[in-house]
Design a protein around this ligand. Structure first.
Ligand SMILES: [Mg+2]
Ligand SMILES: [Zn+2]
Length: 230
């Protein structure tokens, strides 16, 4: 359980996991010992791994094309990388928080072994209709609420206007706009995505943008992660 970092200096009670792989290549790159001015926030399912629906086993964790290269590009540019993910599967009792932490550490290692470094994962285990009482709540972390983004911005000591986010759903874009990030990249369903969450999402995005007209967040739709410019 020592991978949890869910209490210290964390006013919103946002849960997070620190990358505990310690490889010489990345020594000094973790969030606690180096300073960065920019932060890249990544949604997980649909951006890092193909969204097969409630992925919770490494065997089902298929990397999205270009994600390792994208993280490497951010590393080289001195930009911190963190994941912000809704994981209601925990609250729904489909997998445990411990399993999620283990999978996240495994994911950190997979990236590390390919020369890419992700600093941290922020996650929301809650759902208003969660089967497990402890997780049944209207929280401040479940996207499009902005708790995870605010916590990350505070932890990394960056300005929101120096942060970008990539997500595959309109709610990710909404979250980025509400947290006043500089850029939001909308990356709709990639091939192999078997979730139905993205059906009609183009329309959803247009509706969203009209609702947030006048926001300073620059929203771009991308078809490939190589199109992301920091
Ligand atoms: Mg997603
Ligand atoms: Zn939550």
């Amino acid at each position: 359980m020592n991978n949890y970092d869910s209490t210290t200096g964390n006013v919103l009670g946002i849960k997070s996991i620190v990358n505990s792989s310690h490889d010489a290549t990345f020594a000094g790159q973790d969030a606690t010992t180096s300073v960065a001015t920019q932060l890249l926030l990544l949604d997980r399912d649909g951006v890092i791994n193909i969204n097969h629906g409630y992925v919770h086993k490494s065997a089902d964790f298929d990397l999205v094309d270009g994600i390792v290269d994208l993280v490497k590009r951010a590393n080289v540019a001195g930009i911190k990388v963190a994941v912000v993910t809704n994981q209601s599967g925990i609250g729904r009792g489909m997998y445990s928080e411990e399993q999620f932490v283990d999978l996240s550490q495994w994911m950190f290692r997979v990236f590390q072994q390919q020369g890419a470094w992700i600093d941290k994962v922020y996650y929301c285990p809650h759902h208003p209709q969660a089967a497990i009482t402890a997780y049944k709540q209207q929280c401040q972390c479940r996207k499009p609420e902005t708790g995870m983004l605010e916590q990350a911005i505070s932890d990394f000591g960056v300005l929101s206007q120096n942060c970008s986010m990539i997500g595959d759903k309109a709610l990710d874009v909404e979250c980025a706009i509400r947290a006043k990030l500089a850029k939001a990249f909308y990356f709709p369903a990639v091939a192999g995505d078997r979730s139905d969450a993205n059906i009609g999402s183009g329309h959803e995005l247009l509706e969203l943008l009209s609702r947030y007209e006048g926001s300073n967040t620059k929203v771009s739709t991308i078809g490939s992660l190589s199109e992301v410019m920091f």
